[in-house]
Design a protein around this ligand. Structure first.
Ligand code: NIG
Ligand code: FE
Length: 433
């Protein structure tokens, strides 16, 4: 067996995989008691060839099995852990302008919904994004994607939704397509024309435009894999959301919802009824809706950074979700209004401290389950022979340390498709004066 990249002597290697009694590897996201299943190996090695994982196991065994290519890269992970590349399953990556004034206004007591209703919020980012050129948007998004990569993400879902007109939505989606081609991180594009009702338009007429015009055209051009709707009081009603997502599904797009973020509108139950791939946020979701999601296999993508950023007192009922058997993913929600952070490791810290997931559950939430939430679970999110060689080496001796070191980036090396794409620059020796 040939190898062109081998990582040896990992103190811990998190496979996020396990095999049943008959040896068949588990498929699908992990839920309930499996939500915390790391498939942990000690003093382990992983060998890759042509971007694919070819062997995983105890270091001595793997070294005996593989034949190293002449230019094979060998990384020694003694005292470090190795995980799958992280998957950020919910981001709003492409936009122009920033909203630090609103950040201040909220500190002084204004709410997110009030700012939105008065024409700020999403509307102000829409204005800036309409004005920006494709080159400017590509440049801004590239830097953000690079920051995500440096924090361990190798696959990122990203939404349009700061255009709300055809040309700007297409401009955002084309930027995503270009990014995916030119940057090491894989980008999964989502059409979110239903992010807000444009200021001067009637909601029903806008929904009809999305359903009859925008969705068919976006789908035929192959610009999106998913369609997402902001189903929220004062934005899109559950009925409008259903119309939009049914049209999207009929045109071959997977359904996603921003559901029950600020108030309970029955978004969780709607996600189950539609067979959505994921329902996201869910701060205020009710128990029946969550039980329906568990039954329908809808993934809950939780965004604890948003709750913290908006100063919400209550967080999503993550423990109840795990108990009910809803597979839980965790993502950044990176956007200029409600969570301006690219760091998935920070979200893992918040998942443990605010959502009360265990560190094990938080790891599964940003790898295996997040991969399934973006339709890539067959290729990434776990370390298994035959899967894509997307890996992160962390400067930590135990997997718990990553969420424990809140706000500190412990990424040492990132491997994408079997190639080293990021290494932490060596730190200068501290100087005492
Ligand atoms: O996921 N909720 C809607 N969309 C984003 C916020 C977008 C914005 O404020 O620009 C969210 O929180
Ligand atoms: Fe969002």
């Amino acid at each position: 067996m040939r190898a062109d990249l081998i990582i040896v002597h990992a103190e811990q290697l998190l496979t996020m995989a396990h095999a049943g009694e008959d040896g068949t590897p588990a498929s699908g996201p992990f839920a309930g008691p499996d939500q915390g299943r790391l498939g942990l190996l000690e003093d382990a090695a992983i060998a890759c060839h042509d971007g694919v994982i070819v062997a995983i196991g105890p270091t001595e065994e793997i070294l005996a099995q593989v034949q190293e290519d002449p230019d094979c890269v060998t990384l020694d992970a003694r005292g470090k852990i190795v995980s799958p590349g992280l998957v950020d399953a919910h981001t709003h990556l492409v936009f122009a302008g920033t909203r630090e004034r609103e950040f201040e206004l909220r500190a002084k007591g204004a709410s997110y919904a009030e700012i939105h209703a008065s024409g700020g919020g999403i509307h102000s980012t829409v204005r800036a994004t309409r004005e920006a050129s494709k080159t400017e948007l590509l440049d801004l998004a590239t830097r953000r994607l690079q920051t995500m990569l440096e924090h361990g993400a190798t696959t990122v879902e990203a939404k349009s939704g700061y255009g709300l007109d055809f040309d700007t939505e297409v401009k955002q989606l084309e930027v995503l397509m270009e990014l995916s081609r030119r940057h090491p991180v894989d980008v999964v594009p989502t059409f979110m024309g239903a992010h807000a009702v444009p200021k001067d338009q009637d909601a029903e007429a806008f929904v009809t435009w999305l359903v009859e015009d925008a969705i068919p055209k976006i789908s035929i051009r192959g610009l999106a894999r998913f369609c997402d709707v902001f189903c929220e009081k004062g934005v899109f009603t559950p009925e409008q959301t259903e119309r939009i997502l049914k049209a999207a599904q009929a045109h071959g797009l997977g359904a996603k919802l921003h559901a029950d973020e600020l108030v309970d509108t029955g978004g969780a139950a709607l996600a189950a009824k539609l067979g959505a791939v994921s329902a996201d946020h869910l701060h205020c979701a009710n128990a029946e809706g969550l039980a329906a999601m568990a039954k329908a296999g809808v993934i809950a993508t939780l965004l604890p950074g948003t709750g913290v950023f908006l100063g919400m007192r209550e967080h999503a009922p993550a423990r109840k979700m795990v108990d009910l058997g809803v597979p839980v993913a965790v993502a950044t929600d990176f956007n200029p209004g409600s969570c301006f952070s690219e760091s998935l490791p920070l979200m893992m810290s918040l998942a443990v401290t605010q959502l009360r997931l265990t560190p094990q559950e938080a790891w599964v939430a940003v790898t295996r389950n997040a991969a399934h939430a973006v339709g890539r679970g067959h290729r990434v999110g776990s370390l298994e022979v035959g899967k894509q060689a997307d890996l992160v080496v962390w400067d930590a001796h135990d997997y718990r340390v990553v969420p424990y070191r809140m706000g500190i980036n412990l990424v040492d090396t990132v491997v994408k498709l079997g190639k080293v794409v990021h290494r932490r620059s060596p730190r200068p020796e501290a100087q005492l004066v």
